[in-house]
Design a protein around this ligand. Structure first.
Ligand code: PAF
Length: 283
């Protein structure tokens, strides 16, 4: 992979990279489509990274659909697919980790200790191997995207991190490889995450700016779904990811909840355009 990437760079080509854990859906393919607009070649990877799963998490049952994924990537115009194996990525004696302090421990990091250390370590390794000019990540994993952008800035990486929007099913459920775990009853109930965010959007559009009031109306919508157990529902600043008391700058509303054994996350990104007091909502 390093040899091929070096070759592309010496030919002055713009290398784009879409790292994934496979089980592809339209969200992944939208990142490939975006990469294809900016880069040639587009390289993708599939690696179910053991270091980002906790001992009680779903590493062994994570969906693995390699053949179908390879076909989808090829049809989408991916020129090379990197499929490393765990012993190559983490040989005996592997001892070096990278971790973004502070933000790694909050929100997702609180429920999934060590998760983000695994993510930033594998992403740094993948970027070192593929050496892309641009790497593409989805905004559904908003905290992950922020951590990776922070790592790239802090470590002066030669890769620009590009974030793509959430892609949703027609009923609003954010696409995720983990949606495959949902029973048909849970799948119907799962739309409540999107409904809670849509309710918050209505309130924001009507002028509500108080984070506590927004959070309680989100919780009201989520609590009305008996199959749903909330992990967190928070309004955070888009740069610091610190909770805010009032929504006055670009922000995220971040949600995490369990439906049975499946943990789902979702978010709404609210962007304040230069010179405007009104938000553009990305939901
Ligand atoms: O978002 C994912 O699929 C994974 O966390 C990533 C970025 C490919 C690292 O394993």
């Amino acid at each position: 992979m390093k040899e091929a990437a070096r070759q592309a760079r010496t030919e002055s080509r713009i290398v784009g990279f879409v790292p994934t854990m496979g089980a592809l859906h339209a969200g992944h393919l939208s990142l490939v489509a975006r990469a294809k607009r900016d880069c040639d070649p587009v390289i993708a990877s599939i690696f179910v990274n053991p270091k980002q799963f906790g001992p009680q998490e779903d590493f062994t049952k994570y969906p693995r659909t390699l053949e179908k994924d390879a076909e989808k990537f090829a049809a989408a115009g991916v020129r090379a697919l990197f499929l490393p194996e765990a012993p190559e990525m983490y040989p005996m004696g592997f001892a070096t980790y990278v971790s973004v302090e502070g933000l790694s421990e909050r929100l997702e990091g609180r429920t999934r200790p060590g998760h983000f250390r695994g993510v930033t370590t594998v992403v740094l390794k993948l970027l070192e191997i593929v050496q892309p000019h641009f790497a593409y990540f989805g905004r559904k994993d908003a905290q992950q995207a922020k951590l990776i952008s922070t790592m790239a800035r802090d470590l002066n990486l030669d890769t620009e991190i590009i974030l793509g929007p959430i892609v949703r099913e027609s009923d609003g459920l954010a696409m995720s490889s983990r949606n495959a775990y949902l029973t048909s009853e849970e799948r119907i109930a799962a739309t409540v995450l999107h409904r809670a965010l849509a309710a918050a959007r209505e309130e924001l559009a009507a002028g509500e700016r108080d984070a506590a009031r927004l959070q309680s109306s989100i919780r009201r919508v989520l609590d009305a779904e008996p199959l749903m157990k909330i992990d967190y529902a928070e309004v955070v600043d888009v740069d610091s990811f610190e909770p805010v008391a009032r929504v006055t700058s670009s922000s995220y509303i971040l949600l995490a909840a369990y439906l049975g054994k499946t943990r789902l996350i979702d978010n709404m990104f609210m962007e304040l355009r230069d010179g405007s007091a009104d938000f553009t909502f990305h939901l």
